[in-house]
Design a protein around this ligand. Sequence first.
Ligand SMILES: [Zn+2]
Length: 190
Amino acid sequence: MLAGSGGNMSIRLDRDRVLITRSGVAKGRLTPDDIILVDPDGRHVRGDGEPSTEMLMHLFVYRERPDVMACVHSHPPYATAFAVAGIPLEADILPEVVVYVGDIPLTKYASPGTNAVPESLAPYVKDHNAFLLANHGLLTVGKTLEQALNRHETVEQLARILAQARQLGAVNRIPRTDIDRLSAIRRDHD
Ligand SMILES: [Zn+2]
């Protein structure tokens, strides 16, 4: 999912506290010292170093989505390839994507680390759990860190399969009636 020190993760502990990964650290080698405690406005509470440069994006999601308690952001190669090509990821080709993730909007390009990133999410954040960030990467959210991470892996797997299917020359969709049934399962789980 990650190269170098790319990507970032956060968890909302409660109304006043968010844990987020430190800027510039490889996520595969995280230690407790690499987690920074901030308040919902991004003020530093505890931990050495700077919080992730994408903190504005995480805090925006928590403000807009009271149900979300964790965010995972990375630049996984297949999903990011679609984000670079400007090709949306269709959710309605694999049942597990419909059930566990739902539709995946492709947002407008926004300069990483700026307020343009939350602004690019604004049209979609209330109704979606995964967002493809143009020329950047993937953001997934969930009630738990595990759910956000599972959604991340599910979207990257979808992107790999979709890329292969496009090479084979056909992408068949799940029938509309079954999409409705699978979507209802997701809403029941949410
Ligand atoms: Zn990024």
